[in-house]
Design a protein around this ligand. Sequence first.
Ligand code: ZN
Length: 549
Amino acid sequence: MRKNGLKWLCCLMACLMLLPLAPRAHAQGAKLIALTFDDGPSRYTDKLLDALAGSGAHATFFVSGYRLSEFRPELERMAKEGHQLANHTQNHKNLTKLSAAALKSEVQQTLDQLREIAGDTVYALRPVGGAYNDRVCEAAGGPLFNWSVDTLDWKYRNTKSVYDRIMTARDGDIVLMHDLYKTTVDAACQAIPKLIEQGYELVTVNELFRRKGVTPENGTLYTSARSYETLPEAVSEAYPAVRRLDASAVDAEADAAGVYSATVSAGSLPVTVSTPYAGVTLTPGEDFAGSVTVRVRREADEVCVEIWKNGEKLEKAPCGVIVGLPGGSLGAGSVAMQVREDGTRTPVMRSAAVSASAMRVRVDGSARLTLAQDAAAPFRDTDGAWIADAAAFVSARGLLGGVSADMFGPYSGMTRGMLATVLWRMAGSPEPLTAAAFADVKASQYYAKAIAWACGQGIASGLGEDRFAPESPLTREQAVQLLYRTLGKPVRSEKTLPCADWAREAYAWGYETGVLTEESAAWQRPEGAISRAEAAVLLHRAVTESVWA
Ligand code: ZN
């Protein structure tokens, strides 16, 4: 069965290294990658199994139920040789669009066959096209695994291209492939010994998470096991975090349980509530009257910031909330992690180390936060270079990853679709309200949702005549414009600006805030194509700027 056009979810992970679900941080010695193969088995699977066996490697096969009677010997061989068998449903339908009964049947039919062939155990599910919702998670019958590196092998039937994308995988990644294609199997056969030579162990998805100290839970979706090292704890004396906001500070009072709290009125904002664990700066918000109470406490390595109004804890506060967290040896690769109720931690995009001992974090309201450090080694082609900090910053947040495991590719270009996707992920990958109506933006493309969202938000717009030109090189003034509309605020500027009229407001913001610098001649050539290095610098500075005010 052909792939069904749901590939909008299969973002260009190789470029973006997105991290929707990072597990608890664990410092680990071994470097682990999980290769996964969907939609098979096929007549090429045996060759792949030979290559895996020859290298002592293991993989996970998310098989299509309708193929299992034809390829039963391949299935039995996978089970015998220690690979993980997993469920990719019976007929490869988008599960989010099925009735409850049809959804259950799609999952169950394949499950029954797997149990019959390989025994009664828990089988993980990969939803078709990566598309899932609460109903899909409930019906899964096991944990759900998507991926963090998309080889786009179904699209580019080219061994070299698939090989290159496999080789971008890093410790903790789950790599998506399909053993339906000869090009994919050939690429995997080349990549397997190469990855092992680079010190990776190729393991099943279950093994990957087990070795990272995570027990995947039934009904929960995971996309990667990339690890973060938890940074050393630090407690400051009444940490102020008051800078450039003209915020006055109040010292919170501690109760017997060690919870610090202070109540502030809307009229006094901006104000920083100062505690030993964090400085919480509240900035004026829209339609906000009355007062809020800030409560801060510490639990192990987590700082819990709570915003209370009228006896209710708010996930989304009516005012802006900026948290200053004290840390140790912070750098550009450091990131604040938000801890969710189930204990999983995700990087906060709008967090930036403002010194070696302070991280500023912009959150929506109440949040559990901790500090972490991207555990991956620096990129070889940026180490020590002017771009090193920016590359570490965007990579740690999953905004822009490397072009390979240890190379950032600073001089490669960016497309309009790529930056739209970066900004969409920065916003938490929200569901767009309407689809993008551009003739050149196919719903199956990784950037389709991002472009629809960006246009709906007024961040991006087409180039007229229903074109968006998603694959066109992104120019510098377009990049500045998109970032300004995502993170910036209007500023007054008397400067002579080198850009086109439509980009003046964005360029003015860029120069006034220091996101663009006079020293860099590049910004004087606004129509030039932006490089990944320049985009990283722009993102680094704009995100850092955005956590201030
Ligand atoms: Zn599939």
